[in-house]
Ligand binder design. Structure first.
Ligand code: EPU
Length: 356
């Protein structure tokens, strides 16, 4: 028999009667770039106790650990040496409600958009604008996911998890999570130190739907008018028209963050580009869409090796041939960063989490 990657059976190590640890495990279906990389060890524990059991397994002593969600915001540079831990905690539980609001605790392994679908089907308001964002609930606070005028920090009440070193549990209130644009404590002082097990949200039983972000109001109108379901559908339609489906073309959504610059910098850009789509923030700062700057640099739709810039949204880098690896995408990103710096004098930073 010829041994090919397809007929090699993954090696499993039994940790106890309920749990196995995978060895030399393919991550292709666990990262939305679809990179053909492997984890030395892989485990998908289904509850807090199983997480503790994996983390105390003697075979994993002194191994590094990376916590993976839906794999929709990571770029693996190479095979991962150590343990990839993917929490598979699947539950949506109403923990409290009043006439106006409902408090929900959602397991880290729940697919984010399934939670949004659940919320809209129950008539709960607050996350409809975050429809169709790929990834799992456990990863959503880490980068404070946001779209169409809503950020998840607007509805999170508490984030629950475990410290990887001490195995102690924690519950952080919203104010302790240090949320800001695409950022949180989990990406800064606690980077690589925690595993989020569940997230608690407060949703409204009555609504204040936000349709002011470009194009949403028109699409809601076209679908028959202002309602929760139409808003979710409008967001889905807009995203599907503009963003590549990661199941079809490997990508991680926005590859870069939109830079926040002082208004003096912004004024210079407006002088040269009067139509620049700049958003003024408070305190003398403005946000400049990185996608716009990348397009101005001529990168939209351009290919470099196996990687490319998406034809409809220049902020999205894609695995064009399906054969790209981390180096291909990073090489393209590097060229883009150089161009933007040269043309606008602005350094753009990656939104994606680069894992080596
Ligand atoms: N633009 C261009 N060319 C492009 C892309 C954008 O000129 O190729 C312009 C648009 O015309 C618009 C402005 O830039 O005037 C902003 O574009 P868009 O509304 O598409 O949003 P974005 O700033 O590029 C952000 C989020 C997206 C989110 C959208 C909608 C970040 C890093 N990205 O993108 O989030 O869906 O707003 O709210 O903040 C993600 O994080 O993965 C993601 C997709």
């Amino acid at each position: 028999m010829v041994i090919t990657p397809k007929n090699i059976i993954a090696i499993q190590i039994r940790l106890n009667k309920n749990m196995v640890l995978q060895y030399d495990y393919p991550l292709k279906s666990h990262n939305t770039f679809h990179f053909d990389v492997y984890a030395e060890y892989f485990s998908a524990p289904r509850n807090v106790q199983e997480i503790t059991e994996v983390l105390t397994a003697p075979i994993l002593k002194n191994k590094s650990c990376f916590v993976l969600g839906g794999g929709s915001n990571v770029l693996f540079q190479s095979n991962f040496k150590g343990l990839i831990l993917k929490p598979d905690i699947q539950s949506i539980q109403v923990i409290h409600q009043t006439a106006q609001s409902v408090w929900v605790e959602v397991g880290a392994g729940v697919d984010w958009d399934s939670f949004v679908e659940w919320s809209v089907s129950k008539g709960h308001y607050g996350i409809e604008n975050l429809s169709l964002i790929p990834g799992n609930v456990g990863a959503s606070p880490v980068q404070n996911i946001g779209a169409y005028g809503t950020e998840i920090m607007d509805v999170i009440t508490q984030v629950n998890g475990i410290f990887l070193d001490s195995l102690e549990t924690f519950s952080f209130k919203n104010s302790q999570c240090e949320f800001s644009y695409r950022n949180s404590i989990f990406k800064n002082s606690l980077k690589g130190k925690t595993i989020i097990t569940s997230v608690e949200f407060v949703l409204g039983k009555r609504g204040n739907i936000k349709t002011s972000y470009g194009g949403v109001a028109q699409e809601v109108e076209r679908l028959g008018g202002y309602s929760l379901k139409n808003t979710r559908q409008a967001i889905i339609n807009i995203r599907e028209a503009k963003l590549p489906d990661p199941a079809v073309i490997g990508n991680v959504g926005s590859f870069f963050k939109n830079p926040i610059v002082e208004n003096t910098v912004m004024n210079k850009i407006i002088q040269e580009f009067p139509d620049a789509p700049i958003y003024k923030l408070d305190e003398g700062y403005s946000k400049i869409p990185a996608g716009w700057m990348i397009e101005q640099c001529g990168w939209k739709g351009k290919t470099l090796g196996n990687a490319a810039v998406h034809k409809n949204q220049a902020l999205v880098l894609i695995n064009k041939t399906g054969l790209a690896n981390g180096q291909d995408i990073l090489a393209l990103a590097h060229e883009i960063e150089k161009s933007v710096k040269l043309k606008f004098g602005i350094e753009i930073s990656k939104e994606v989490n680069v894992v080596s």
